[in-house]
Design a protein around this ligand. Structure first.
Ligand code: BV8
Ligand code: ZN
Length: 252
């Protein structure tokens, strides 16, 4: 049952806030049918996401890693932004200085109409040169299903001759400096920080709500479960993002 008093309180704070930041994780896309990273739906053929989202996995078996990303692309291609994505897009358009940060690579916030989204971990629809020559391809028009089940599908190659890799940040890889700097600035200067659908385990993203709290912001957690962030949150909205966020947005 959503705590309506807490929602009213939060809506009041949002209306008067000069700057708001929201950071989302895989939980906001769960209700669009996109598997989360650590939930039991986060497994693929008995591999854990963390085993595959690494440069070592790609170096060891680029075909396997590309098969996993093509499988995820085929799920995401069939997914639609849910009421949680849409509520955040409406909140963003109505609240001045509302910055949306996401750890997700599925592009669903953009499809929901959000603008200026800080995609900390990249975007699954882009591929980039694995050697770093600078080539980047937008593959959002490529039918991910075309490659499905075709195991001897040749690995995508960069015009420079190196391999192409998904344009996402893997474990052990540095985030884009400009993106993490923009996210830290937004977290350090906001009055309200919404942490939505994230297990608050992956750094440096998980450090952002802590930066906001230390700078005096009200940190709000929207999640179905407790996380390491819960004790640091000034307000916890225990529930599904696709139910809680529309309820909140309708009060602002
Ligand atoms: C870096 C892109 C340094 C790929 C991803 C020990 C301690 C601390 C840190 C480390 C450590 N060992 C290693 C590290 C660093 C590591 C890290 O933090 N590891 C963790 C696991 C301990 N971090 C890194 O490696 C980062 N890089 O540190 O680089 C560096 C510096 C300079 C030079 C070189 C290196 C890079 C991290 C980025 C990894 N890439 N994704 C891809 O997607 O394919 S991270 C991956 O996890 C996804 O992006 C995902 O979004 C992210 C975080 O997970 P969540 O989004 O939170 O999702 P999760 O499934 O975990 O949780 C879902 C939540 O939703 C749950 O809480 C659930 O209850 C909730 N939920 C479910 N349904 C709903 C819901 N909530 C609301 N409504 C619902 N309906
Ligand atoms: Zn190249």
């Amino acid at each position: 049952m959503i705590d309506t008093r807490a929602l009213d309180q939060l809506a009041e704070r949002l209306r008067s806030a000069r700057a708001v930041a929201a950071m989302t994780g895989a939980g906001i896309s769960a209700e669009s049918g996109v598997p989360t990273f650590r939930g039991n739906d986060g497994l693929w053929r008995s591999y854990s996401a963390a085993d595959l989202a690494t440069p070592e996995a790609f170096a060891r078996d680029p075909g396997l890693v590309w098969e996993w990303y093509r499988w995820r692309r085929s799920l995401i291609a069939r997914a639609r932004p849910n009421a949680g994505h849409l509520a955040l897009a409406r909140l963003q358009s109505r609240l001045p200085g509302c910055t949306l940060i996401t750890q997700n690579v599925d592009g669903l916030h953009h499809r929901a109409g959000s603008t200026g989204v800080i995609e900390l971990h990249g975007n699954i629809w882009r591929a980039r040169c694995a050697r770093g020559c600078g080539f980047v391809a937008d593959e959002s028009r490529v039918d991910p299903g075309a490659a499905e089940g075709d195991d001897d599908q040749p690995l995508p190659a960069c015009p420079c001759g190196a391999r192409l890799r998904p344009d996402v940040v893997w474990f052990g890889e540095a985030l884009d400096e400009d993106l993490i700097d923009a996210a830290v600035r937004a977290a350090g200067s906001c009055e309200v920080f919404l942490a939505v659908g994230t297990s608050a385990l992956v750094y440096p993203a998980a450090g952002l709500p802590l930066i906001a709290g230390r700078a005096g912001a009200l940190v709000v957690e929207v999640n179905v479960d407790d996380t390491p962030l819960t004790p640091h949150a000034g307000l916890v909205l225990r529930g599904k993002a696709a139910e809680t966020l529309p309820e909140l947005e309708s009060r602002v």
